[in-house]
Design a binder for this molecule. Structure first.
Ligand SMILES: Cc1cc2nc3c(=O)[nH]c(=O)nc-3n(C[C@H](O)[C@H](O)[C@H](O)COP(=O)(O)O)c2cc1C
Length: 167
């Protein structure tokens, strides 16, 4: 698919069908994550590919929305700050890297006709507990992965003129 078409097609899917996601599609999504660029190529991230079947109650503890856990898969991206590139002023880039990884996941999924929705408003403590995350591994974002059961709404965005700064 043409990239601009892909960008226009992606939207936050907040209703999912229970239809399975094939292993081949999941593998493509995870490979897109693996190939994401990271600062100084440090790759300071870990991935979770959670099969949601039978886990909806505990997954609701992480993010309490009916659609979270409704797709057959839930993908999580975690940062490992101890592995991240640190700029001279002390800024650790692991979170930025994790965000790029998630965007690769989202765009590859869109290209496969799969729905996603970035979720950052989750309960970090619940995520750590439910998913048994080791110390030093910080959950950054989740997305369900499955067939959409809703439709895209028109995009509401600022005008480009409001976003461009004169440097
Ligand atoms: C970093 C980030 C965090 C987000 N967290 C949430 C979230 O916790 N819950 C949710 O329903 N949507 C979340 N979203 C989705 C945004 O609300 C959505 O992308 C935005 O409203 C634009 O709509 P669109 O994705 O349909 O184009 C998040 C998006 C981003 C990029």
């Amino acid at each position: 698919m043409d990239f601009q078409e892909l960008v226009a097609m992606r939207y936050s899917v907040r209703a999912y069908r229970p239809d399975p996601v094939s292993d081949a599609d999941l593998a493509k999504v995870l490979e897109a994550a693996r190939l994401a660029p990271t600062a100084a190529n440090k790759q300071p991230f870990r991935l979770l590919a959670i099969r949601t079947a039978g886990r909806s109650e505990e997954l609701q503890r992480i993010y309490h929305r009916p659609w979270f856990g409704a797709a057959p898969l839930l993908i999580g991206v975690c940062a490992v700050p101890s592995e991240g590139w640190v700029r001279k002023d002390g800024k650790n880039h692991a979170d930025i890297d994790a965000a790029i990884v998630m965007d690769h996941i989202v765009m590859q999924a869109t290209d496969l006709g799969l729905g996603t929705c970035w979720v950052c408003a989750f309960d970090v403590a619940a995520a750590r507990e439910v998913l048994h995350l080791p110390e030093g591994v910080e959950p950054i974002a989740f997305t369900p992965l499955g067939r959409p059961a809703d439709e895209a709404k028109p995009k509401v965005r600022k005008a480009l003129a409001d976003l461009l700064l004169e440097g």
